[in-house]
Design a protein around this ligand. Structure first.
Ligand SMILES: NC(=O)c1ccc[n+]([C@@H]2O[C@H](COP(=O)([O-])OP(=O)(O)OC[C@H]3O[C@@H](n4cnc5c(N)ncnc54)[C@H](O)[C@@H]3O)[C@@H](O)[C@H]2O)c1
Length: 385
């Protein structure tokens, strides 16, 4: 079968630029039945030396140093946004207006107002869109979704999740600049809320439904840091840590914690769901494993069972090796590329769409508002949408 081409224009060649490029390159070998194949047409970054090296390393046919040029090219079908958060809105809106499909990194935007413009742009232009909340596509997490949907947990009472890191404890780290844009509110929008909790919120709403209201607190542990651009000590405006609890639409209670000050944790991302009939828990550090407690088990063997999600009848695993062999973090991006290509062929949406990610953005906004005002905040705010 001759495959149709999807010509990719990737913007930003840092961490995510690499994970996405790997996804595009590997998908055809492991998902041979797809009707579309990605072509690495062009990559864009501001520094010419860097972008040339990246294009050579990953096999892009050409490069640009101005993203507007990349978008204006006729030989690009899909624009993939892997830049810091402050660039997402401008690039996505321009790409949609040019009729390109848009794949955007998370969080969708710095704030709800930008997110609303992005949703409007892709929906007005009717271009296919998706946001890279990639953890949905780890097999163990997808299996959790299937188990919840099949009713195996019964009525859900609790959803508990955290995302813990420790890389900003050093007070000498600067804010801003190319390496530390995550520490700069102007570039990132928020701190751990948009960076880490957004992943927790996306998964929580996918697995357990909408969030009604939130009560949050945030903290900035190091109040001032050197701004690289000005060389001056300036107030830090991003949240270093954020904790919130919430009500889900289904009546269950949620507890969320994220910080970059949990000494000893590089990327501890976990969730646990407790239902009437059973519970589930998952941990990124052991990402192929899903733990399941079934209250219907015979009492003498009742306990948490550890499911190694590597068998051919478990999500995505028929595409990889043989039962029992693990896959990794990077495969979630391969899976998202595969699902995106499949969705072009079927005409279905590739979730999470911009609209789905806008729902996550609403929760982030409510969390920051609640922390600022020290009160509960509803998530049903809508920004002209
Ligand atoms: N899905 C995930 O798990 C995940 C993980 C990490 C980052 N992210 C998201 O991905 C995005 C990028 O993060 P990263 O870690 O790859 O950052 P990074 O700093 O490693 O890379 C950013 C890249 O964007 C380029 N860039 C910046 N401004 C540009 C411009 N005007 N034109 C062209 N290129 C420009 C930089 O040169 C760099 O190559 C962010 O939105 C981040 O939140 C998502």
């Amino acid at each position: 079968m001759k495959k149709k081409e999807l010509r990719i224009g990737l913007i930003g060649c840092g961490f995510m630029g690499r994970t996405h490029s790997n996804g595009y390159k590997r998908v055809g070998d492991f998902f041979p039945d797809l009707a579309y194949k990605p072509i690495l047409k062009a990559v864009c970054s501001r520094s010419e030396d860097k972008v040339i090296a990246f294009a050579e390393q990953w096999g892009y046919e050409s490069y640009e140093t101005d993203w507007k040029k990349l978008i204006s090219r006729d030989d690009i079908d899909a624009v993939d946004i892997c830049t810091p958060n402050n660039m997402h809105m401008e690039i996505a809106v321009a790409a949609a207006a040019a009729g390109k499909m848009v794949l955007c990194e998370k969080p969708l935007s710095r704030n709800l107002e930008e997110g609303a413009q992005m949703v409007k742009a892709v929906e007005t232009s009717q271009v296919k869109n998706t946001v890279w909340y990639n953890y949905r596509r780890l097999p163990a997490v997808t299996l959790a979704k299937q188990l919840v949907e099949s009713g195996k947990l019964g009525k859900i009472f609790h959803y508990r999740t955290n995302f813990l890191q420790d890389w900003t404890i050093n007070e000498n780290l600067p804010q801003g600049g190319r390496a530390f844009w995550r520490m700069d509110a102007e570039a990132a929008g928020s701190g751990v809320t948009g960076d880490l909790l957004a992943h927790c919120i996306d998964l929580a709403m996918w697995l357990n439904g909408g969030i009604k209201d939130v009560s949050a607190m945030t903290e900035i542990f190091v109040k001032q840091r050197l701004r690289e651009e000005t060389g001056k000590m300036e107030d830090v405006k991003i949240d270093d840590a954020c904790i919130f609890h919430c009500h889900f639409d289904n009546g269950s209670l949620g507890l969320f914690e994220s910080t970059r000050y949990a000494r000893g944790h590089k990327a501890l991302f976990t969730f646990e769901i407790n239902g009437e009939k059973g519970s589930l828990r998952w941990d990124l550090h052991d990402l192929n494993k899903l733990e399941y407690f079934n209250n219907a088990d015979e009492s003498i063997v009742k306990g948490w069972r550890s499911i190694h999600v590597t068998d051919g009848d478990q999500p995505y695993m028929d595409k990889w090796w043989v039962p029992g062999l693990s896959i990794g973090y990077e495969h979630s991006f391969v899976h998202q590329v595969a699902d995106f290509l499949k969705s072009i062929a079927t005409g279905e949406e590739c979730h999470p769409t911009f609209r789905d990610a806008y729902e996550t953005q609403k929760v982030c906004e409510a969390v920051l508002l609640s922390a600022k005002n020290k009160c509960w905040a509803d998530t049903d705010v809508d920004w002209n949408n």
